[in-house]
Design a binder for this molecule. Structure first.
Ligand code: SAM
Length: 275
């Protein structure tokens, strides 16, 4: 019998994936979690029926959410990831030799456990001595830590349930206080094609808090619309004027120094959204 995962992108459009095998399927304290092996994308993490990351295309998201802020900051030493329990962002962050400590604050312990078991290619750096894993709500964590991180990455699920409070002005104010005086924040901010209002609202909320706010994009085949937005808020350094002269001395599959600036060139319909 053929098995297919159908993920609704909006109420009347969906993506489907032919499934080879269900590796795990469980209800956690926060969400329905599944790890499936699929024909087209390999193993994938699915939360509440929504694809979070896959072996085949995870590199795009994890490289872009990590290297754009980390190459913008001249000397990032302490980095916080809110969400991101699969560990992909931590793996990329720890490629930067200046990073002394990377804290992962993930609300759902089960995501970390299952990704360690079934997605080792993505979670492989979670046991690195420079990584500290904290299981708890990112909203509380950020509230309790002031002036501490050079870079904060919000690698969250969509703006519903536990992640709802991770999108919006009051959280961005707390993020700004949690950052050092020249700190940088970045968040995954959804699809401008299907959710233009969310992208616009989140961008404007960040803009009200950070002196430099920009949107950049990346092509991620398994995310709704295929073309995904990230919002970056910076206190001092402009990501489009980052000093990128040093050679890239680790492996990437998507990020390049050329793309670092090119990803801020937006299609007209996205530019219009955030005018
Ligand atoms: N790359 C993904 C995407 O855009 O689809 C995000 C993947 S990552 C696994 C998202 C994680 O955010 C989930 O594991 C979820 O449990 C976590 N999360 C949601 N709300 C959170 C909160 N308030 N604090 C910390 N982690 C949270």
């Amino acid at each position: 019998m053929e098995m297919w995962l159908k993920e609704a992108q909006i109420s009347n459009a969906a993506m489907t994936y032919k499934v080879k095998e269900t590796l795990v399927k469980r209800k956690t304290e926060f969400q329905d979690l599944a790890i499936l092996d699929t024909h087209a994308f390999g193993r994938m993490l699915v939360l509440d029926g929504i694809v979070q990351t896959t072996i085949k295309d995870e590199f795009v998201y994890h490289e872009m959410i990590s290297h754009i802020p980390l190459f913008t900051h001249p000397n990032p030493k302490k980095v916080l990831v809110v969400g991101g329990g699969d560990g992909g962002a931590i793996r990329e962050i720890l490629k930067h030799p200046s990073v002394e400590k990377a804290v992962l604050c993930e609300i759902d312990r089960a995501v970390i456990e299952e990704c360690k078991k079934f997605l080792p290619e993505i979670s492989c750096a979670l046991d690195d001595p420079r990584c500290e894993v904290f299981v708890g709500d990112g909203i509380q964590y950020v509230h309790q830590h002031k002036n501490e991180f050079d870079v904060i990455i919000v690698d969250s699920t969509d703006p519903f349930g536990a992640a709802e409070g991770l999108f919006g002005g009051s959280f961005y104010k707390e993020i700004a206080e949690c950052l050092t005086e020249d700190g940088i924040f970045v968040a995954q901010t959804e699809t401008p094609f299907y959710l233009p209002d969310v992208v616009k609202r989140v961008y404007n909320d960040a803009k009200a808090v950070f002196p430099i706010t920009k949107l950049f994009m990346a092509a991620i085949p398994t995310y709704p619309g295929g073309y995904w937005s990230f919002t970056i808020g910076s206190k001092k350094y402009d990501p489009e004027n980052a000093d990128l002269n040093a050679p890239l001395d680790f492996n990437t599959k998507y990020y390049t120094k050329k793309l670092h600036t090119a990803c801020f060139a937006l299609p007209k319909y996205v530019e219009d959204l955030i005018k």
